[in-house]
Design a protein around this ligand. Structure first.
Ligand code: PEP
Ligand code: MN
Length: 362
């Protein structure tokens, strides 16, 4: 199809209960067992902040032999937990038979993963399977930053009669060294919003961040970028998760993150967003200064020891090793080498100054 299909979307507020206007989806990357699902879902239900429970049942794994999900039996566990919590369910479908099973088990919503959106044949087959069912569909962006491919998958679903559609921005694969697992390239979801103004676009900060440490900052950014909600991976024991253990968070942590986003909801203005980000900067700066004070007090100790043992203050081989090690860490963290270099020189100079003072040298 050339040009854009005019698509008609049913506003999500009409068929989903939202949290302050935002669609908040949370749940485990994968269902691993009935117990793990139950513990996680109960934890989430008790926060009262979840609109939809997500769960991977068939997992697209890069290598054979990795845990690939529990398959169809997890669908009946999901039904039981919906019965208990009343929270609607969303499951990833990657093939027509997955979609058929979700329809059979009355799963409330399905989503296409990034590795499925890349394949128009598969998208079309899934669209054909759900044609006429009214099953709501969410579509993650394809792995590569290809907006027409993303739009194409949305159009295929719409042309198969689906009007309950939502896009999910989960970032894009890159070979560049970045802090995150996937590069957000916010201009792409924003371009999608421009192309399809009625289409809700939510963000999956878990797969962008790839690590729980960056989840809050990506979530804040997503809200500031006018995303219409979040999909967050939550596990009752993230460190034991069989898939994506680094990026999953506990229900308690989820609760905290959503609380921190609260002032930003309803597409709030830039001032509030700026304030929240600045509060985070303040917190980080306080930690950095504390660490620096601790580091310099160690330099003082070292200065005293060196004096007692008649050693000079500067030891070039130690300095060389230290610089190399910190540069490696800095690189892995995505810090600019020039910045790390300047910081290390400053730290080194201050450390030498402290040691000289301790040894009463000028
Ligand atoms: C997932 O949501 O667990 C998943 C596999 O994500 P993605 O398709 O974004 O890689
Ligand atoms: Mn995952």
């Amino acid at each position: 199809m050339s040009g854009s299909t005019r698509i008609h979307i049913e506003p999500m507020a009409e068929w989903l209960s939202l949290q302050d206007g935002q669609l908040i989806i949370a749940g485990p990357c994968s269902v691993e067992s009935r117990d793990q699902l139950t513990a996680t879902a109960r934890g989430l239900a008790s926060t009262g902040k979840v609109s939809v429970l997500r769960a991977g049942v068939w997992k697209p794994r890069s290598r054979p032999g990795q845990f690939a999900g529990c398959g169809a039996k997890a669908l009946s566990w999901l039904n039981d937990i919906r019965e208990e919590t009343g929270i609607p369910l969303a499951v990833e479908v990657a093939r027509p038979d997955h979609a058929e099973l979700c329809l059979k088990h009355q799963i409330d919503m399905v989503w296409l993963g990034a590795r499925t959106t890349v394949n128009p044949f598969m998208v079309q087959e899934i669209a054909n399977t759900i044609r006429g069912s009214g099953l709501p569909v969410m579509i993650k962006n394809p792995v590569s930053p290809d907006l027409p491919l993303w739009i194409g998958a949305i159009e295929r679903m719409f042309l198969a009669g689906t009007q309950k559609l939502i896009a999910i921005h989960r970032g894009f694969q890159t070979h560049d060294k970045i802090r995150y697992r996937n590069v957000p390239l916010w201009e792409i979801p924003l371009a999608l919003k421009k192309e399809m103004p009625d289409l809700p676009v939510i963000c999956d900060p878990s797969h962008i961040a790839g690590h729980k440490s960056w989840l809050l900052e990506v979530s804040l950014k997503a809200i500031s970028m006018q995303m219409n909600g979040l999909m967050i991976e939550v596990h009752h024991q993230p460190e034991k998760a069989l898939t994506d253990p680094f990026q999953q968070i506990t229900p308690e942590k989820f609760d905290q993150i959503i609380k921190q986003l609260a002032p930003l909801k309803n597409h709030s203005n830039a001032t509030k967003i700026l304030k929240a980000l600045r509060e985070q900067i303040d917190e980080h700066d306080h930690q950095v200064l504390n660490m620096l004070a601790k580091r310099l007090s160690l330099s003082e100790e070292i200065g005293k020891l060196k004096k007692e043992h008649g050693q000079g203050v500067v030891q070039p081989s130690r300095q060389k090793d230290l610089f190399e090690d910190r540069q490696k860490i800095g690189e892995a963290l995505g810090l600019r080498p020039g910045f790390v270099e300047t910081l290390l020189r400053l730290l080194h100079d201050e450390s030498v100054a402290v040691q000289c003072k301790t040894q009463k040298m000028k």
